[in-house]
Design a protein around this ligand. Structure first.
Ligand SMILES: NC(=O)c1ccc[n+]([C@@H]2O[C@H](COP(=O)([O-])OP(=O)(O)OC[C@H]3O[C@@H](n4cnc5c(N)ncnc54)[C@H](O)[C@@H]3O)[C@@H](O)[C@H]2O)c1
Length: 332
């Protein structure tokens, strides 16, 4: 079935307000979730709502908490997430970075006591829409084995990075987990009864498997790209975990150790030149001869833009199971 953006946003907002979230915060969280669906990342969309409600009931999410910001020095901000929805804390960090970069040219924000922030790309995309280069990364609960290992030691540790293109083009947005597959996508594959490609998951005995269910019975994810993705994940774990206070290794205390960085290219070259060079480079990438089995070359962010246009026109596809699950939740 297909649902319009406004219908899904209304439903998500009503579910959140019934769970004790203020109308404006509920609308902001609902917008973030529905935007993930709109861009094709259903794993980070409204299917997260039942889990979020369980976290409200367990006390992990405080539905009334308001994140606060503390400037620790020029260009450095600590956002106290106060166990509010991670999306609200990340929105606050983005607002702080926009303000601080207006004075300092660059800024870094970390978020303490942060819950799941959802799709990391949203935050760097907003920074790039405001003429900034934005980076975001963070560590999460250990589900990934180190390269060569067969125990959970690292989070899926996503990294997102966005830069402005020409004025009338959406930014380039690179946004992915450093595991070969994001856990949410594994859950979707399991729900659909699909197999997954080899090299993404080990079972609990450390053996390669194509059954997504093996992850949920003590298995583990693998980093993408062997030692390369692993190295990136180690650094995200350390910087994300230590700067945000989430902790690392046996000291990991739960939550999402989020770090966001932003800088204004104007400190190095005029913005219009940056945009023009970037746009020209995108055109060169598009014009690249196609490799066998490929029909085109895209720039990061373009697959999501295409999905957005298609889903705005035809509605967001939702499985009957997710639709029923959402309608079984209390709503105002
Ligand atoms: N909050 C968390 O704890 C957490 C943890 C892990 C992942 N995530 C989120 O999960 C989402 C999905 O992550 P993922 O690892 O499955 O991402 P993915 O593998 O789907 O990769 C998405 C990225 O690759 C780009 N891309 C895809 N196909 C392309 C092509 N043909 N040419 C050029 N670029 C292309 C997209 O534009 C996008 O930037 C992300 O939004 C991530 O932030 C969140």
């Amino acid at each position: 079935m297909r649902v319009t953006v406004s219908e899904l946003t209304r439903l998500a907002t009503r579910i959140l307000t019934a769970a004790g979230v203020s109308t404006s915060d509920a609308a902001a969280v609902a917008d973030s979730l529905v935007r993930s669906n709109l861009l094709g990342h259903d794993s980070h969309g409204v299917r997260r709502l039942p889990g979020y409600l369980r976290q409200i009931h367990s006390g992990q999410i405080d539905p009334r908490a308001v994140p606060e910001a503390e400037r620790t020095r020029a260009g450095s901000v600590v956002v106290h997430g106060r166990r509010a929805f991670g999306q609200l804390a990340a929105h606050r960090a983005v607002r702080e970075l926009r303000e601080t970069t207006a004075h300092t040219g660059s800024g870094i924000a970390t978020i303490r006591d942060c819950n799941h922030v959802g799709r990391l790309g949203e935050y760097v995309e907003t920074l790039a829409e405001h003429d900034l280069v934005g980076l975001a990364f963070g560590n999460a609960d250990p589900t990934v084995a180190p390269h060569g290992g067969a125990e959970r030691r690292l989070g899926t540790n996503p990294l997102a990075w966005a830069v402005p293109r020409a004025q009338d083009e959406p930014p380039i947005v690179m946004d992915w987990a450093t595991s070969g597959v994001a856990e949410g996508k594994l859950a979707v594959a399991r729900e659909r009864g699909e197999r997954i490609p080899e090299g993404l998951v080990l079972d609990r005995h450390g053996r390669a498997t194509t059954d997504p269910g093996d992850f949920y019975t003590g298995g583990m994810l693998l980093p993408f790209g062997g030692h390369k993705g692993y190295g990136l994940s180690v650094l995200i774990e350390i910087v994300g975990g230590l700067l945000s206070g989430t902790g690392i290794g046996t000291g990991y205390r739960g939550g999402f150790g989020t770090v966001l960085l932003a800088f204004d290219v104007e400190a190095f070259l005029p913005r219009h030149e940056f945009r023009a060079h970037t746009e020209r480079f995108c055109a060169e990438l598009h014009d690249t001869a196609n490799a066998e089995g490929h029909a085109e070359v895209l720039v990061p962010g373009e697959p999501e833009e295409r999905t957005r246009r298609e889903r705005e026109r035809d509605g967001i596809p939702l499985s009957e199971a997710v639709w029923q699950e959402l309608h079984a939740l209390p709503r105002e």
